[in-house]
Design a protein around this ligand. Structure first.
Ligand code: AMP
Length: 110
């Protein structure tokens, strides 16, 4: 079981800021910006590349949850990032969206 499944099942603590039927959002333990929240599906999907047509609605819900948590944080400008695979920086293999904001965000990212 991944770390994020344990958070979803309340086996380990997290600072949860949003919860609904399909998604959960909690603060990143190592924030890279004043606001850094992770949005995850309850369904364990290891990475974005594993999503199929059957996940179309779920992927939309994840983005809408990202919008909601950004609004809760009072952010109008924010960045949503998905690291897909180790070479792209993914370390937890349960799909998650990083929602980052509260500071200037440069482009291109590192
Ligand atoms: P990624 O590197 O894209 O897979 O992102 C994984 C993220 O999970 C990193 O930003 C970590 O800081 C974060 N993280 C790891 N452990 C925890 C935890 N127990 N609670 C909240 N966030 C965590």
């Amino acid at each position: 079981m991944t770390l994020f499944e344990k958070i979803i099942q309340r086996q380990i603590p997290a600072n949860i800021v949003w919860e609904d039927e399909d998604t959960l959002a909690f603060r990143d333990i190592s924030p890279q910006a004043p606001t850094h929240i992770l949005v995850v599906p309850r369904k364990p999907l290891p990475k974005l590349a594993d999503a199929t047509e059957a996940d179309t609605e779920l992927l939309g819900r994840l983005l809408l949850t990202a919008n909601k948590v950004a609004a809760q944080e009072g952010l109008s400008d924010y960045r949503v990032v998905v690291n897909n695979g180790e070479g792209a920086g993914q370390s937890v293999f349960h799909l998650h969206l990083h929602v980052l904001g509260g500071r200037d965000l440069r482009w291109p990212p590192g």
